[in-house]
Design a binder for this molecule. Structure first.
Ligand code: CA
Length: 232
């Protein structure tokens, strides 16, 4: 195990929020680099090579979305967006533009650290060998054999149900937007048929959740998309 703590680039202009992020992350053992502008954030991303970027969308010099798009032209670093709770359109656009996850303000230190662990797992997975079997709680998805088990019992899924679950499992812990899921499972012509997703997600929940109305694995991100819980 390497002794270097992961480096987190925090991009936030609000000093109070920046302090909260710094204190929380440093206490958890991360190295923190800070930027309060979009321009300096891109400089820091290029020179410090962070393991994860936490990016506020409301910055004084440039829109956070522009910063994200520019960053994505040369870096695959995981990006967690910070956004105001009432701006769901922003979250969807940010995820579609290549953000990995988002946190709605206000959020707790625990929430931040849980998302950080997921982002760092994804960062390390980019180079590491692919793990063909995804496991969380009692759910197991064998992405090679295309088989699914819940609490040791094999579950039979239709190809579309399996496609949805596999896509979510490959990005477990991250939010996938309606458009991303539709594109991945139905194809590029199906960006807006969110009702397909609702139908198939309901079927999938009936097959894998103990209580489909109160799902443990397949979480709804209201107005945005779905997330397969990585640490239920
Ligand atoms: Ca701000």
């Amino acid at each position: 195990m390497s002794g270097d703590p992961p480096t987190i680039l925090v991009v936030e202009d609000d000093p109070g929020m920046r302090r909260f992020l710094r204190v929380t992350l440093v206490r958890a053992g991360y190295r923190v680099v800070e930027a309060d502008r979009g321009g300096s954030a891109l400089d820091a991303a290029a020179t410090e090579i962070p393991d994860v970027v936490v990016l506020d969308l409301g910055l004084p010099d440039r829109d956070g979305m522009d910063v994200l798009k520019e960053l994505r032209t040369w870096s695959g670093v995981p990006v967690i967006i910070l956004s105001a709770r009432d701006r769901e359109g922003d979250k969807v656009n940010a995820l579609d533009a290549g953000a990995d996850d988002y946190l709605s303000k206000p959020f707790s230190a625990q929430e931040l650290l849980a998302r950080m662990r997921v982002a760092l797992r994804h960062a390390s997975r980019v180079e590491g060998p692919d793990q063909p079997v995804f496991r969380t709680g009692g759910l197991e998805v064998d992405l090679y054999r295309r088989q699914v088990w819940v609490d040791g019992r094999e579950v039979h899924l239709t190809p579309k149900e399996y496609g949805l679950l596999a896509e979510l499992a490959q990005h477990a812990g991250k939010v996938l937007t309606h458009r991303q899921l539709l594109n991945a499972v139905w194809g590029p012509d199906y960006g807006y048929e969110a009702h397909y997703l609702r139908v198939f997600m309901a079927q999938l929940r009936r097959k894998i959740e103990t209580d489909p109305a109160n799902p443990r694995y397949l979480r709804t991100e209201s107005g945005v998309g779905y997330r397969l819980a990585a640490e239920p």
